[in-house]
Design a protein around this ligand. Structure first.
Ligand code: MN
Length: 293
């Protein structure tokens, strides 16, 4: 019989002050600002959390205009409200509640993101997450691609003992595979817990694990966490016990570290400063294509 050791909690990052991305996304940044978590968070680079917030009706959808990305992926999860997206490859679509957009910017893309126009006309409560996921050097200059993952495609798996459900966006939970194709191993799970009983999850020590609390109050391996907290687990031990005090929802961010230098500036994340300069030059000379405002 094997003994599984609990993973210590490395740190709990509390949601910081809100800031606006464009005029449509009122977010708190859980990383990279604050604690230096790079190695433990990899392959994730950035987490902006848009907690529930009510928008007034408008005929001019709020959002963020045309901007570039290179060297990584942007992953947008809509929980409440709908986001409309257009990019310079001609792709576009609407991310409805429960859907996820997995956009691989890779060699370069221009895109814009707004509240969906019909949704904006009525207004209402908006709740979402945007993540940046790093790409290894060998794939940073791949062609851009776009995975539109509907709530239906993502599905849901029951957790043991009536603990709730897990929606597997990416990764693998007990042989249930996520909807997204990823370049390196990534877990992105939406855990919805009834609060009736704890949930035990096990990961190899070198596999990074963090939990963003979307709703509720719980203990994670004995450390209390609540709404907008990011619980970052250490890279020792295996077992992660989530013991909810209330019905709860958490987003699990896991994966294997990409052990390469990170050179990040604005919307570009490469391996070297020279590659960042090249990205700005390529963007300014039109190599990212064209997208109308
Ligand atoms: Mn963007």
């Amino acid at each position: 019989m094997t003994t599984t050791i609990d993973r210590p909690v490395h740190t709990v990052v509390h949601g910081q002050r809100f800031h606006w991305v464009g005029d449509g996304f009122r977010v708190t940044n859980l990383f990279p600002s604050g604690a230096d978590l790079g190695r433990r968070i990899s392959p994730f680079l950035l987490l902006d959390y848009h907690a529930t917030y009510d928008y007034e009706p408008t005929d001019r959808p709020r959002g963020v205009g045309v901007h570039p990305h290179r060297g990584f992926e942007t992953v947008t999860l809509a929980f409440e409200g709908s986001v409309e997206h257009h990019d310079s490859t001609g792709a576009g679509g609407v991310i409805h509640p429960g859907d996820v957009q997995w956009m691989t910017a890779a060699s370069g893309i221009l895109h814009k993101e707004h509240h969906e126009s019909e949704w904006a006309k009525h207004g209402g409560t908006f709740h979402m997450v945007q993540l940046w996921v790093n790409l290894p050097a060998a794939h940073k200059m791949d062609a851009p691609r776009y995975q539109s993952l509907t709530a239906e495609a993502i599905g849901a798996v029951d957790l043991p003992d009536g603990a709730g459900i897990v929606r597997i966006v990416a990764g693998d939970y007990r042989g249930n595979k996520g909807a997204a194709e990823t370049v390196t191993p990534v877990d992105l799970w939406d855990l919805q817990l009834t609060g009736a009983t704890p949930v035990d999850l096990a990961f190899a020590p070198e596999h990074n694990v963090s939990l963003l609390v979307l709703d509720g109050t719980m203990a994670v391996n004995g450390t209390r966490a609540s709404h907008s907290d990011l619980v970052v687990l250490d890279n020792t031990g295996e077992m992660v016990r989530i013991d909810p005090a209330t019905p709860s929802r958490l987003l699990l961010l896991g994966g294997e570290q990409i052990d390469e230098p990170v050179a990040a500036h604005g919307p570009f994340v490469m391996n070297t400063r020279d590659e960042i300069i090249e990205a700005f030059r390529d963007f300014e000379s039109g190599k990212f294509g064209y997208l109308a405002d």
